[in-house]
Design a protein around this ligand. Structure first.
Ligand SMILES: C[S@@+](CC[C@H](N)C(=O)[O-])C[C@H]1O[C@@H](n2cnc3c(N)ncnc32)[C@H](O)[C@@H]1O
Length: 263
């Protein structure tokens, strides 16, 4: 079943301007994706980002951008819609003296403020799940990529076990996801947009393990979160992460990785 919810880019941006961005950083660190720095390293090696010009679509706090600049000498352009995330990304980038290697632009992934055929690598980590129109998103990612350039990303997706509507309501509303792709769905979109798909990986087991770990971490931080934010926020977060962990363990949701080349 193809679930659709009426969350807009403003809903997501307002959330990341507020407590959502802070809470995810508390749980995941400044690489706000499953697996943190290790996953950035893994994707970077697969995409051979050394000395390349990389576009990070939904760059958030710029943790991955700084990692690629420092460890792979990549030049990075980060695009994100949320002002607070961009401000923090800029401050941290300047603090690390990386401002000559990294630029951030405010913009919507569905209408990227980036010239066509300009990027060696187009990159994304666990964020495209927020984007309302996946077909337009992939069109844009391919548009800005140079011919023979690579598009590589990870994302949260629907799993192979069917999800009930009631369960989907809980999961999507907690995460503010307007919809989710499938493993095959992204592959088809890439192929329809003039790409040769090189690698597709279903990371479901790893996803479930990480969600268990994030839940344990959250429970361990109950007092801090309750004091610094509120008891209500803690309860919502715990129920949400619990629901995602359960669904991942049952194969109803997953996480995937895709590597493609623009033909
Ligand atoms: C989970 S965080 C991204 C994490 C980041 N990729 C990383 O690995 O550190 C989600 C980010 O996506 C951004 N975002 C969501 N929808 C967007 C859109 N339509 N265009 C641009 N940015 C968007 C949010 O502002 C937020 O900063």
């Amino acid at each position: 079943m193809n679930f659709k919810y009426d969350f807009t880019v403003k809903d997501v941006s307002d959330a990341y301007d507020g407590v959502v961005g802070v809470l995810w950083e508390v749980l995941m660190g400044e690489h706000i994706h499953v697996g943190g720095e290790k996953e950035t390293e893994r994707l970077a090696k697969k995409l051979q980002v050394n000395d390349k010009y990389v576009l990070d679509i939904c760059s958030a706090l710029g943790g991955p951008a700084r990692y690629l600049a420092k460890n792979f000498n990549a030049s990075v352009l980060g695009v994100d819609i949320t002002k607070t995330m961009l401000d923090k990304a800029n401050t941290r980038t300047i603090k690390e003296g990386l401002q000559d290697k990294i630029e951030y632009r405010r913009g919507n992934a569905l209408d990227l403020p980036v010239s066509s055929n300009s990027m060696d690598i187009v990159w994304g980590q666990d964020a495209w799940c927020y984007i309302t129109d996946k077909s337009r998103l992939i069109y844009e990612a391919v548009r800005v990529c140079k011919q023979k350039g690579k598009i590589g990303f990870t994302d949260w997706i629907l799993g192979s076990t069917p999800l009930e509507k009631e369960e989907a309501d809980t999961l999507f509303e907690f995460m503010i996801f307007p919809n989710l792709e499938t493993l095959e769905g992204y592959q088809i979109l890439l192929e329809e947009n003039n790409c040769k798909v090189i690698e597709v990986e279903d990371l479901q087991d790893d996803f479930a393990i990480h969600l268990k770990h994030y839940l344990e971490k959250l429970v361990g931080m109950k007092e801090v979160i309750t004091q610094e934010f509120s008891a209500e926020l803690y309860e919502i977060a715990e129920a949400g992460v619990k629901a995602w962990k359960k669904a991942a363990e049952e194969g109803k949701v997953s996480r995937g990785l895709w590597i493609a080349e623009k033909v």
